[in-house]
Design a protein around this ligand. Structure first.
Ligand SMILES: *[C@@H]1O[C@H](CO)[C@@H](O)[C@H](O)[C@H]1NC(C)=O
Ligand SMILES: *[C@@H]1O[C@H](CO)[C@@H](O)[C@H](O)[C@H]1NC(C)=O
Ligand SMILES: *[C@@H]1O[C@H](CO)[C@@H](O)[C@H](O)[C@H]1NC(C)=O
Ligand SMILES: *[C@@H]1O[C@H](CO)[C@@H](O)[C@H](O)[C@H]1NC(C)=O
Ligand SMILES: *[C@@H]1O[C@H](CO)[C@@H](O)[C@H](O)[C@H]1NC(C)=O
Ligand SMILES: *[C@@H]1O[C@H](CO)[C@@H](O)[C@H](O)[C@H]1NC(C)=O
Ligand SMILES: *[C@@H]1O[C@H](CO)[C@@H](O)[C@H](O)[C@H]1NC(C)=O
Ligand SMILES: [Zn+2]
Length: 451
């Protein structure tokens, strides 16, 4: 009984004790762009495998729709669906503000201010954030950048980014408790060669793995390896595409009927005059493309309630490409339906907050945000994630996963059956010696003390 109580109370302490935050908790969030979940099975990645063996792995992460880079990186750091954080595509148009957004012109805070990313929240106490090129970290979101950041420049090598980040993590006044690190591969090669080109993908994934080795050795050399929590994840996967799978809009609709705000594989269409007319022309255009009026977009995409989502969107089937009349210059793409396994990245994590050698099959990328807030002891902003989905990864949480629960139930059944058998057998063996014992017992019922 005492033991049960102790377990119960330590459970409560473990659950709720961290809400004030461990003052020493530090977290580095790393993204390797376009790292499809199954690359981990297909390729040998010794440094990443070692990282996972000593930490946790989530084999597949369901990302947000549309499965593009900017929208998903913002979902990871806000815990919000795209309709709720406002970064709904890599190319956007806001009709009210008459502003346009592109990956190459992304520094207007207007586009980012619909949400508060974790690096801003993290700086509201006496703590700093640092960033090496995670999308949005060089923008003054709610008037704040991370205290340490680098202006986005794809020419800066991975090693230079790591050197900066570890130096910042090592600084202490104020302590840097949250940091991000971003790298463009294997996305760039996935687009260029296609994800199924194992020869070229092996080469780039070996480089990515060496980068992970470089990062861990740097952290070890500075004595940060055992104290800093590190999450390695990605924004989306990659599907092979082909010049044989083109959906050519010019064959269905004249260009003057509409403006194409965002392109394949989810195209955003702004009709010029007659929406119904444009919709009807597109609806009958190609069997490999779904056409939705904004209000018809399936609920499961959580991609409707934002004015930056255009009146008509076109969603290509996996592997298909929407063009006006252009030829195809790539062999891999992403952006497709977020239910497709090819669009999913993975998540691995290591550090004092995480178990060692634990693996689980799934979580959502919006669940990463409440998990990070928990580790840092931050009060999360309103979000769409479920902390419960991350509990099994964390050492300070109570969690029973399904296989364990089934094991416990089966075990309990076996024990119960065994006991029942023993009791039945022993009862059958020993003949009842006192035929009047029951009568005697009934006599005892008169005792007022017992009643
Ligand atoms: C970047 O976007 C701003 C705001 O939409 C616009 O005024 C500016 O002309 C754009 N710059 C470039 C180089 O496209
Ligand atoms: C980007 O980085 C490269 C390599 O460090 C440097 O040569 C170049 O000047 C940088 N570009 C900008 C715009 O800062
Ligand atoms: C890390 O911090 C320690 C103590 O403040 C300092 O001696 C060391 O030089 C720092 N290392 C780096 C790479 O900044
Ligand atoms: C709209 O598209 C239709 C079908 O291609 C074409 O006949 C018509 O001329 C276009 N209208 C405009 C204004 O471009
Ligand atoms: C818009 O197009 C539809 C279908 O082609 C047509 O029935 C309707 O009259 C048009 N509306 C206007 C205002 O032109
Ligand atoms: C695509 O369409 C544009 C505008 O109509 C035209 O100038 C261009 O030559 C076309 N390109 C091809 C490859 O057909
Ligand atoms: C996602 O979270 C935001 C902020 O709490 C909320 O407004 C929105 O309704 C949520 N979306 C869904 C689908 O629950
Ligand atoms: Zn990406």
């Amino acid at each position: 009984m005492n033991l049960m109580l102790m377990l119960f109370f330590s459970g409560i302490v473990a659950c709720c004790g961290n809400s004030t935050g461990n003052p020493l908790s530090r977290l580095l969030l790393v993204s390797f762009d376009g790292f499809r979940a199954d690359y981990l099975k297909t390729y040998e990645l010794p440094h990443l495998q070692e990282f996972i063996e000593d930490g946790v792995l989530v084999r597949q992460v369901t990302n947000t729709f549309i499965t593009k880079t900017f929208p998903n990186h913002y979902s990871i750091v806000t815990g919000l669906y795209e309709e709720s954080h406002g970064m709904v595509a890599n190319d956007m148009y806001d009709a009210d503000a008459q502003k346009t957004f592109s990956q190459f012109n992304d520094s207007d805070p207007f586009w980012w201010n619909e949400a508060v990313p974790i690096w801003v929240t993290n700086q509201q106490g006496n703590r700093a954030s640092a960033a090496a090129m995670w999308p949005g970290t060089d923008v003054k979101i709610h008037n704040t950048t991370p205290q340490f950041f680098m202006k986005y420049n794809f020419s800066v090598t991975f090693e230079e980014r790591v050197e900066k980040i570890v130096t910042w993590l090592n600084s202490s006044n104020p302590p840097v408790s949250f940091a991000t690190l971003y790298w463009e591969e294997p996305d760039a090669s996935g687009h260029k060669y296609g994800p199924d080109n194992t020869k070229n993908m092996r080469k780039v994934l070996e480089q990515v793995d060496n980068h992970i080795g470089f990062l861990t050795s740097k952290l070890k050399a500075l004595g940060l390896w055992d104290t800093v929590n590190v999450i390695i994840t990605s924004d989306h996967g990659m599907a092979p595409c082909s010049a044989k799978k083109l959906i050519i809009l010019d064959g269905c609709i004249g260009r003057n009927n509409y403006t194409l705000i965002d392109k394949s594989p989810v195209a955003a269409v702004l009709p010029r005059q007659n929406k119904t007319y444009v919709y009807n022309l597109l609806k009958n255009c190609n069997d490999h493309m779904k056409v939705y009026l904004k209000e018809e977009i399936p609920e499961r995409f959580h991609y409707r309630h934002n004015k930056r989502i255009q009146p008509i969107i076109l969603v290509a089937d996996e592997g298909w490409t929407i063009v006006q009349n252009e030829s195809l210059s790539k062999l891999g793409d992403h952006g497709y339906d977020n239910a497709l396994p090819s669009m999913h990245p993975f998540l691995a994590a290591h550090g004092p907050a995480f178990h060692r050698g634990y693996k689980q099959s799934r979580m959502n990328n919006v669940d990463i945000y409440p998990m990070m807030c928990h580790i840092l002891g931050l009060t999360p902003q309103p979000h769409n994630g479920t902390f419960r989905n991350a509990k099994c990864l964390l050492v300070d949480q109570w969690c029973i996963n399904l296989p364990e629960a089934i094991g416990i139930v089966i075990g309990a059944l076996i024990v119960l059956t065994t006991f029942t058998c023993i009791i039945i057998i022993s009862k059958n063996r020993i003949p009842s010696p006192h035929p009047f014992s029951r009568l005697q017992l009934q006599d005892d019922d008169d005792d007022p003390l017992i009643g």
